[in-house]
Design a protein around this ligand. Sequence first.
Ligand SMILES: C[S@@+](CC[C@H](N)C(=O)[O-])C[C@H]1O[C@@H](n2cnc3c(N)ncnc32)[C@H](O)[C@@H]1O
Length: 309
Amino acid sequence: MIEVQELKTTHKVIIGDSREMEEVEDESVHLIVTSPPYPMIEIWDDTFRKLDERINELWKKLEVESSNRDRIVREIYELMHENLAMVWRECYRVLVDGGIACINIGDATRSIGGCFRLFPNHAKVIEHCERIGFVTLPYILWKKPTTKPKYKGKGAFLGSGFLPPNAYVTLDCEFILIFRKGEPRKFKPKDELRYASAYTKEERDRWFTQIWEIAGVRQNHPEIERRIAAFPDEIPYRLIRMFSIIGDTVLDPFLGTGTTMKVAINLKRNSIGYEIDENLLPIIKEKVGITQKLLTQDYSVEIIKRVSQ
Ligand SMILES: C[S@@+](CC[C@H](N)C(=O)[O-])C[C@H]1O[C@@H](n2cnc3c(N)ncnc32)[C@H](O)[C@@H]1O
């Protein structure tokens, strides 16, 4: 009989690039919960420019070119998703058979190359993941508190408030895409840890619906959390409870401030997180309880910095 209270978990923060996750063995992860930088959202432009020199060169070209701008923008968008797809391929490799990947991503709207348009990031991620071999499952729409509707890409209706036809629908939902590797996981009858991980009927009725209305809760570092679009604890909390059992291993290849790891610790799952920006390490340490010296016998956190950073 396994005593859940006595279960110890281990956690690894890897300061490095998740396009290659050599520290993680094949088929060793049960669940992925993550939110990548969103292509064509301005705050992430520099991240993609640093990740891929081809993207950097295309942005420079766009600054001076007056023709072919639309083609250049499309190339940048494709390359951004190719870089993310390198991570999705690694995710597929490290997941166990039946393991689940939950990817939170928002679409982008932007006036660029002279035209306001939508960049449907969620569709691109589904396309790439399908090609890799993932099975696509029904996804969740995370409805955020509404911002103002847009007119010609600007933040308001600019005086034409009620006149058709040139206003645009506001993007007030993000996607939580859900993929599975292969067939559903199998368990032995009456598996103790699986039963100990059960959700309630009320939780099931609330969580297994397609629209989640969750406000972004800001805690200790509102500025940084907003800058890197940290998700509220409630998102990984639900996903980890829905798609893993106690003692499983959860991976976040875009760890950010460490929200997924913090929740995994509280829910008695093991975890691994990759973050390319070393400046976030103090916040990660604080979130996972290292700096507050809350480290108990229950869990241990190892921090690995790649030499080739
Ligand atoms: C949207 S944020 C994640 C926020 C996170 N969910 C949280 O709650 O704090 C994306 C993060 O991915 C990191 N990142 C971007 N490309 C990366 C890569 N190739 N490898 C590892 N981390 C990366 C960025 O530095 C950023 O911190």
